[in-house]
Write a protein that binds this ligand. Structure first.
Ligand SMILES: Nc1ncnc2c1ncn2[C@@H]1O[C@H](COP(=O)(O)OP(=O)(O)OP(=O)(O)O)[C@@H](O)[C@H]1O
Length: 722
């Protein structure tokens, strides 16, 4: 077996397909001249489409969809499922009666980029025949017939149109990911399909009667009320490269599964000879190893979160400076979910001539996406996932090993435009021991949001809902309890009016939704919108290792003695003040640029801050539409802290004699996270936003409260002892 030595002696062993001959890829040098050469680009795209493995089975796939109401399609990564199948179905007449083909994706970035690609392949403007719809962004029109969207968005559509009458076909793509949204969607679609088939056969009967001369039916049996046309049965397609086809087939009553054979380009898989103790360091070394020793082609590195990405970004930059100038042409681009969309999309544009792109991504780049230019994938084999303990009622983020399915998806991001290489930063023996597929999210998360959504869809019996895999009973009970305590559910487990309905309308976690609703009563909604927006993004502050002391002093200038929520509010307000003042003096564009500099000087992550501003605007629109009163409490911080206590009361903790905190709701012991402004002040009673488990339990985003408020504001949960 060939092995490849790195500068520091690291060895990668290639697996069996290592003897494939790799033609060297030219760097991706698409420049504006090429772009403007419309015809040659179209020709190239046509040629690419024809050479995809799925192209040879187009007719068969269309026939299978015609014959089967539910079809499971499994095909290698890059074989053309996501981009081609919807086009085949469109050409096969599945939109002829005005219906739309809807394709769901677990992630926003995939929905957007795939829709762009398919619009280009079809030679149409995005938003016309081909479009996408994601939370807060709708790029569709009445003429859209191929619509990419997130699974969460389709769930929200089902709230308004329980028949999903606009769709003739729904494709659930990347079903192997088994996100909570996908699992809820699968159960829901099963029901929708049944309702549509029933209503179709009833309306057929009515038509027969009418043809026989009996009375014509005038009710809208089988018709979409708003479309005024008869609904055909819904076609459902479940798709992935790494799917447990048997499990899905059983769930759908023995649905047919078809396998699309073949992949477009080979991907060479390389493993390390020994386990790595420091994954970040191993990734760093591998980036430079590829950059210095391998041929042209961009690099995609999978990391577990924003913090890891930012820390490795700094290290790459530092090390790059030590190289001869000719070797410094490396363009480093981060990609994570809380990055603003335009920044995310930057990774999809080609690097400047002679540069090599290094994309540092979380698992949002793991499925569906094609990032042009990627030839090398570095996979440390780790992923950050949600984990929920029904006993303690605490949800945390933990880093775990990926499954085989995820490793396969990651390597599949290379080999899409030419042969590729995937460097797995662990030995082959570890790969063999990985789980085949990821534990479905529904088995390991807090279910209160799912329950809220299902209740809004009229499903009150969550345990009885037709899930592919039932969630843990205890987790359901805990989540029901939480919703009940938040006042979202009635004693009969129905959505309460108005709180429950209002909470279901907000695209946020139940605690955050409740905080906004209560804030309108506490006359501090203006502030709470900012706080919720700031809490929705990762790491507002960043403290580079070499400037730790300086950054601490600067960050202190924003800190509030009351805690982190108010500190975040101070940062947001200070940045707005700076921006507004600058706008009047310098104009909008310059002001934004100056703000970035201001952020840098103040050790604030400008990306996160910008994202928080976007979220603020989006949720503000939501609460305005709901008619909530938006008032400001000004500097009356007590009002805001009382409102926080009234909303996050289950996250209240009391100081212990040893300086740790005991979470009142479950007795869990935790420490205040070192990044908190309350780390040293040690208040008697606090509320926190989240609890993270590393080597210890840490509470993050903490605010000081008066414990007497708990009994006053959350009497459903707390009472004062005599
Ligand atoms: N934005 C793009 N730019 C360039 N080529 C693209 C783009 N999107 C898709 N392609 C080409 O089309 C091929 C098929 O992509 P598609 O997403 O349809 O595959 P898939 O079978 O759905 O893969 P996966 O299971 O990984 O999602 C890619 O391998 C690539 O060659």
């Amino acid at each position: 077996m060939p092995s490849m030595a790195t500068g520091d002696g690291r060895h990668f062993n290639a697996n069996n397909n290592s003897n494939i001959n790799h033609p060297q890829l030219k760097p991706n040098l698409v420049n504006d001249n090429h772009k403007s050469d419309f015809f040659s680009r179209r020709q190239k795209i046509e040629q690419q489409r024809r050479s995809l493995p799925i192209a040879s089975v187009e007719k068969r796939l269309v026939q299978e969809v015609r014959k089967n109401d539910i079809l499971i399609i499994v095909g290698e990564t890059g074989s053309g499922k996501t981009t081609q199948l919807p086009q085949y179905l469109y050409n096969g007449g599945f939109c002829r009666d005005g219906g739309t083909i809807g394709i769901t994706q677990p992630r926003r970035v995939a929905a957007v980029t795939v829709a762009k690609r398919v619009a280009e392949e079809c030679g149409v403007e995005l938003g016309q025949k081909v479009g996408y719809s994601i939370r807060f962004e709708d790029m569709t029109s009445n003429s859209t017939r191929i619509k990419y969207m997130t699974d969460g968005l389709l769930l929200r559509e089902a709230l308004l149109d329980p028949y999903l009458s606009r769709y003739s076909v729904i494709v659930v793509d990347e079903a192997h990911e088994r996100t909570v949204q996908t699992d809820v969607l699968l159960g829901l679609l099963k029901g929708v399909q049944k309702k549509r088939s029933q209503s179709y056969s009833e309306s057929n009967n009515d038509h027969v009667k009418a043809n026989n001369g009996t009375l014509m039916k005038v009710e809208n049996n089988g018709q979409a009320p708003h479309l005024g046309r008869r609904l055909n049965p819904l076609k459902l397609i479940i798709m992935s490269a790494s799917l447990d086809a048997r499990g899905f087939s059983e769930y759908f009553g023995g649905a047919k599964a078809v396998h699309v054979q073949g992949r477009q380009f080979p991907v060479d898989i390389l493993y390390t000879a020994q386990p790595e103790t420091d994954c970040l360091d191993a990734a760093l070394v591998t980036i430079f190893q590829i950059h210095l020793e391998e041929g042209p082609g961009d690099i995609l590195v999978f990391l577990s979160g924003q913090e890891e990405i930012e820390s490795i970004e700094g290290l790459v930059r530092e090390n790059l400076k030590k190289l001869p100038e000719a070797c410094q042409k490396l363009l480093i681009l981060p990609l994570f979910s809380s990055l603003p969309s335009e920044k995310q999309l930057k990774v999809f544009t080609p690097a400047p001539v002679e540069f090599r792109k290094v994309i540092l991504a979380t698992n949002i780049a793991e499925t569906s996406v094609t990032i042009p230019g990627i030839k090398y994938v570095i996979d440390p084999g780790l992923v950050k996932v949600r984990s929920y303990s029904p006993d303690s009622g605490i949800e945390s983020l933990i880093v775990v090993k990926t499954s085989k399915a995820q490793a396969l998806q990651r390597s599949g991001r290379a080999g899409r435009e030419g042969p590729g290489k995937c460097f797995r930063l662990y030995p082959e023996s570890r790969f063999e021991g990985l789980d085949d597929s990821t534990v479905p999210e529904i088995k390991r998360c807090n279910l209160s949001n799912v329950i809220l959504q299902l209740s809004a869809l009229g499903v009150d019996d969550i345990i009885g809902f037709d899930f592919m895999e039932k969630p843990d009973r205890m987790a359901v009970i805990r989540s029901l309890e939480l919703l009940y305590l938040l006042g979202a559910l009635t004693d009969e487990k129905k959505l309460s009016d108005p709180i429950g309905h209002q909470m279901a309308r907000l695209p946020l976690e139940p605690n955050d939704s409740k905080a906004l609703i209560l804030a309108s009563q506490f006359d501090c909604l203006e502030e709470m919108l900012i706080v919720v927006a700031m809490l929705s993004v990762e790491s507002i502050f960043y403290a580079p290792r070499e400037k730790l002391e300086e950054s601490r002093t600067v960050i202190k200038s924003f800190s509030s003695p009351e805690g982190d929520h108010l500190t975040l509010l101070n940062v947001y307000r200070a940045s707005l003040e700076f921006l507004e003042k600058n706008k009047t003096e310098n104009g909008k564009e310059k002001a934004e640029k100056n703000l970035r500099k201001w952020c840098k000087d103040n050790f604030i992550n400008s990306r996160s801050l910008k994202h928080a501003r976007d979220i603020y605007n989006q949720i503000r629109e939501n609460v305005e539409r709901m008619g909530l009163k938006i008032a400001s409490c000004g500097d009356d911080t007590i009002q805001l802290r009382r409102c926080l206590a009234a909303s996050y009361f289950l996250n209240a903790a009391l100081k212990q004699p040893d300086g740790t905190y005991r979470v009142l709701a479950n007795g869990q012991i935790a420490e205040i996270h070192p990044t908190s402004v309350l780390r040293r002040t040690k208040s008697e009673c606090i509320i926190f936003y989240n609890l993270v488990q590393t080597t210890r339990n840490y509470v993050r985003n903490v605010t000081r409260i008066d414990y007497l408020w708990l009994a006053e504001l959350a009497p459903q949960c707390y009472a004062l002892k005599e």
